[in-house]
Design a binder for this molecule. Structure first.
Ligand SMILES: [Zn+2]
Length: 233
């Protein structure tokens, strides 16, 4: 024979199922979220790309400096060869040399700026790679653990669904319908235990006649305040 207390067993089973379903959903959400690892990898890639980008201007400035130095060398050779005797020609060479030296100094400043940035990026690169490695290895262990927990839940849940179906099949349809309706309306809790004359669902003391009815009948008695199905603890 069906007794109302069995609805409390159903509620415990439903809570158990719900808790596991929630855990499974959390696990699946965490498995899908690879954002931390992706953003660490993106940082490594951004630094590498910037280092590559700096290669071209670096080579250009280095090439320009070499060219300027060789032109200055040629002018010096001409000046010190003793072949240039004309004062105006000599002056023109000196002027060109001074001009080249200014260019040389500008090129060196630009190159230095790039070299400083490269040095900073190389330090960032080491640090970003270490961070990525650590996040990556943590994530790999996390995935193994999450997948193992997921597999356990995937195995447990079907058994619980079977148990629930078996249990529900034995209950009178009207009892189940009441249970489902109150469960929906009362935040997933259809059954409330009665302890020291109070409904533990809403914490209110039950009127004497209501309490009496729960104690003596086999009918479903609902709390007059929160409508939950009352079961003596
Ligand atoms: Zn109540």
């Amino acid at each position: 024979m069906f007794i109302v207390k069995q609805l409390y067993d159903l509620q415990l089973l439903d809570w158990d199922i719900q808790e596991r379903e929630q855990k499974l959903a959390d696990i699946q959400e965490r498995l899908a979220d690879d954002s931390k690892r992706i953003s660490a990898k993106q940082r490594v890639d951004r630094i590498a790309a910037r280092l590559t980008d700096l290669g071209t201007p670096r080579r250009q400035h280095e090439g320009a400096i070499q060219q300027i130095e060789s032109r200055i060398g040629n002018i010096d050779k001409r000046i010190f060869s003793g072949m240039v005797t004309n004062a105006r020609e000599l002056e023109a060479f000196e002027e060109e040399k001074a001009n080249l030296q200014r260019q040389h100094s500008d090129e060196e400043d630009s190159l230095l700026e790039i070299l400083v940035e490269i040095e900073e990026l190389q330090a960032d690169d080491i640090q970003a790679k270490q961070t990525f490695e650590s996040i990556n290895s943590d994530r790999e262990s996390e995935i193994i653990e999450l997948q193992s927990n997921e597999a356990t839940l995937d195995e447990e849940l079907p058994d619980l669904y079977d148990q629930r179906n078996d249990m529900a099949a034995e209950y009178p349809p009207i009892a189940l319908a009441t249970y489902d309706m109150v469960k929906k309306r009362r935040g997933g809790q259809a059954v409330a235990l009665v302890e020291r004359g109070a409904c533990l669902g809403c914490r209110l003391t039950l009127p004497t006649h209501e309490l009496q009815k729960v104690r003596t009948t086999q009918e479903i008695v609902q709390c007059s305040s929160c409508t939950r199905i009352l079961v003596i603890a």
